[in-house]
Design a protein around this ligand. Sequence first.
Ligand SMILES: Cc1cc2nc3c(=O)[nH]c(=O)nc-3n(C[C@H](O)[C@H](O)[C@H](O)COP(=O)(O)OP(=O)(O)OC[C@H]3O[C@@H](n4cnc5c(N)ncnc54)[C@H](O)[C@@H]3O)c2cc1C
Length: 531
Amino acid sequence: MRAGASFDFVIVGGGVAGLRAAIGLAPAGRVLVLTKAEPAESNTGYAQGGIAAAIGDDDSPALHEADTIRAGDGLCDPEAVRVCVTEGPRYVRELVEWGARFDCAADGRPSLGREAAHSVRRVLHAGDATGREIGRVLWERVSALGAVETIDHALAAEIVVEDGRAAGVRYFDRGGALQDVRVAATLLATGGAGQVFRDTTNPAVATGDGIALAFHAGARVADLEFVQFHPTALSKPGAPRFLISEALRGEGARLVNQSGEPFMTRYHPDGDLAPRDVVARSIVRESERTGGAVFLTLAHLDAAFVRGRFPTIAAMLKDLGLDLAVDRIPVGPAAHYMMGGVDTDVCGRTSIAGLYAAGEVACTGLHGANRLASNSLLEGLVFGARAAAAMQEPPRAAPMKEDRVMADGSWLMANSKSDPPSAMATIRELMWNCAGLFRDQNGLEHAVATLDSASEASYPRSADGARARNLPCGGQRAVADTTAATSRSATIYTGGFTSSTVRGNKDTEGYNKSFASLTPTPPTPATIDAE
Ligand SMILES: Cc1cc2nc3c(=O)[nH]c(=O)nc-3n(C[C@H](O)[C@H](O)[C@H](O)COP(=O)(O)OP(=O)(O)OC[C@H]3O[C@@H](n4cnc5c(N)ncnc54)[C@H](O)[C@@H]3O)c2cc1C
């Protein structure tokens, strides 16, 4: 940052949401964008499958809305869904006008992919590196805007709150020095929290910082118990948990067990294209039943088509000695997407005036209990743009939604006596085992108690300290919300967090309903528990 530079707006995060917001804000004042690593290092840059938008002849926003709510298990916020699916096509067309090169059909129109739980082909894609293409276009546009300055390797460590209003951000610069930036409006666009779990598809930057920052500033957070585990991350010892996109199954890839038998129709009538949470648990159960690994196979499809349609995945696998078109690819679930986050209205306003959130860090209620595939890039575009518009208005806090109740104090906090986890790896292991795909009350209480101790860390004095603090906080909130949902109580909660919310009985009913529908049909002897 130039000495003496002053800004009107600060955006923490340079993924799809932060960049789209920067473009919207540029005509209104000077904008600072902070990213904590290299500019392109974000969940956005890794998005493979595509971006959903109701632009096909056989599609409509109403159909997209219905699919989103069905996937969200009825727990979506109807207004957030309507806004996203109705305004989405406009923002996607805008991207195309700005130069986004999506794959096209012979007639020159975008070719639309099919993904799980979408009732029609609706997903625009750029090969299997759609996020990289969207990021390229947005970064090019932002770089050309004189009003926007970006600083990379800048780690936001605190929201500055004065007189109950967000007044800016405190961050560590590349040299490790603390800097303050004072602005009229602050946007959190920090992305997801996959790194809170041992196994994740998310890059190293996705440690849930925005949730922790907002939470420590006193903002409401919500729905953190809803974590999406992608069913098909590569599961090869020693290899990274590289995502094998759902688009492969959309194009006909099959899940098979170690004997080569397709098994998904025994768990759900939609088979390989069942909702993600169903497929993820089914893979684990099938693996337990057979005692062996689960694989994706595309060997029955045309090899040239497979390699041409999924070049990035094919190249990654080739480096690991696997041929996508021929070999069976070992896969298993990994933490992928955080449905919950900083509680916002449909304009990105949080419960603190002057503080906004958009993208994966925010919880608009769009995804309910389970995100419909390829809705999150769309969410970043739509709500990034909407937050930018709201940030130009006089600041006001978002009211509490009607179906939410405050939760404060807890016997769990009182019973928090465990030693703090010594390192991030310990926390990830704990979250994976106690708050992952399968959860029960004892495990969750153990996790909450352990994480309570960990989060007692004092104010961070260094960038490493800030990273270490945010990880326990993001994990802790997820565990706490999960505990509340599974225990059928809005009041069982980790203590000391007077700013958090839960959605009382509605969460609990929906949560259990989504699991109850997971019982596989015979002849499979295994069952998926209704937790
Ligand atoms: C492997 C993978 C594949 C995916 N595929 C798809 C797909 O096909 N379709 C789809 O719709 N979605 C997909 N998703 C999800 C989607 O990519 C994300 O939800 C979306 O890109 C999030 O965008 P964002 O702008 O909210 O955050 P991100 O793109 O994650 O950006 C976060 C930014 O915040 C910055 N940041 C974080 N913390 C701090 C801090 N403390 N200080 C400063 N900066 C900070 C980071 O440096 C980064 O710039 C995928 C995700 C992954 C991981």
